[in-house]
Design a protein around this ligand. Structure first.
Ligand code: ATP
Length: 309
């Protein structure tokens, strides 16, 4: 569990992080969203002590991170940033090995970990471990950047716009990667993003910031259905809200008994995809793999329910 208590950061007269408190349970993904300059990156960097707060505390599993030297803390916290931050003259393997080396892991264990992570990120170890970063595509570099951040099995992974440089298609795949890997490893993740869509689909909690202040911290459904302030409402985009709400649930959640013709939906597909399929195929209901159907009426009710709630 990570707990921020009354965190404040001032530069001269400017307060860039203003009395931020929140608690995030282990194994959850939190997205930090907000306008440019709202203090998101500063907040993230306070957590791994790249920046020291003016006031307030960060506790990880009840222990104040101000105790002990920052470099030891950073070995327990993965950090992945936009542009991937890979060392350009080091191979993929050497990049991933950075923190395990600092921790003094035996080389055989490091080698095994490199191959394990490359396989986890669907990069063939034999083909990729000896390449230099410039010999990789943007998406591959991004995966190596996240693999490096996860190498020493950190309890906490901080990500600052990690997918910002990726084109939309690769971005979706990278998000899916992260979701699967996070589920497998149980790592707690705090992710800064400009992309509300990414925040809603990827995270269990969303923190909305404006001018250094935390306006709201809640589940994506709470943020979408009960925005705390007009600013939050504007940020989540009223017009798109029903669609975002649909993106949060899976076909399996809305499945009902029945049989119908048409393209078969995966139970894991989002309701947003189901709606798109219904509209695209011109049908009022579609079959679900493994049995049952999803109806357009139920999809509409689900989307509208969010608006009413
Ligand atoms: N070292 C510094 N000295 C003075 N002001 C700073 C410093 N670092 C950041 N700031 C200011 O603090 C504010 C918050 O910056 P921060 O990078 O945390 O915002 P952000 O929400 O991450 O923005 P963006 O989305 O544009 O990356 C900005 O107004 C920035 O100009």
């Amino acid at each position: 569990m990570i707990e921020l208590r009354h965190l404040t950061k001032r530069y001269g007269a400017a307060t860039v992080v203003d009395d931020v408190s929140l608690t995030l349970g282990s194994g959850l993904i939190a997205a930090v969203v907000g306008t440019s300059g709202s203090g998101k990156t500063t907040l993230l960097r306070i957590i791994n002590r790249l920046i020291e707060p003016t006031a307030g505390q960060v506790l990880i599993d009840g222990v104040d991170i101000a105790q002990g030297p920052p470099h030891l803390l950073r070995r327990r916290i993965g950090y992945a940033i936009q542009g991937y931050g890979l060392f350009p003259h080091r191979t993929v393997a050497a990049n991933i090995a950075t923190v395990p080396r600092l921790l003094g892991w035996p080389s055989a264990q490091i080698r095994a970990r490199i191959d394990e992570l490359l396989a986890l990120f669907q990069l063939d170890p034999a083909a990729f471990r000896d390449r230099l970063p410039h010999e990789l595509s943007g998406g591959q570099q991004q995966r190596v950047g996240v693999a490096r951040a996860l190498a020493a099995r950190p309890e906490l992974l901080l990500m600052d716009e990690p997918f910002g440089a990726l084109d939309p298609v690769i971005r979706a795949a990278a998000q899916e990667d992260l979701r699967l890997i996070q589920r497998q490893l149980g790592t707690t993740v705090i992710l800064v993003t400009h992309d509300m869509e990414e925040a809603v689909t990827l995270s269990n909690r969303i923190a909305v910031m404006d001018r250094g202040r935390l306006l709201q911290f809640g589940t994506p459904a709470e943020i979408l259905t009960a925005p705390a302030t007009p600013f939050v409402q504007a940020l989540v985009g009223t017009a798109e809200r029903p669609f975002r709400l649909l993106a949060l649930s899976r076909v399996a959640d809305l499945r009902e008994p029945g049989f119908t013709e048409g393209p078969v939906l995966s139970p894991q597909a989002s309701l947003r995809e189901a709606l798109a399929q219904c509209l695209w195929s011109g049908r009022s209901a579609l079959p679900v793999a493994g049995g049952g159907i999803v109806t357009l009426e139920a999809l509409r009710a689900h989307a509208a329910g969010g608006r009413a709630g």
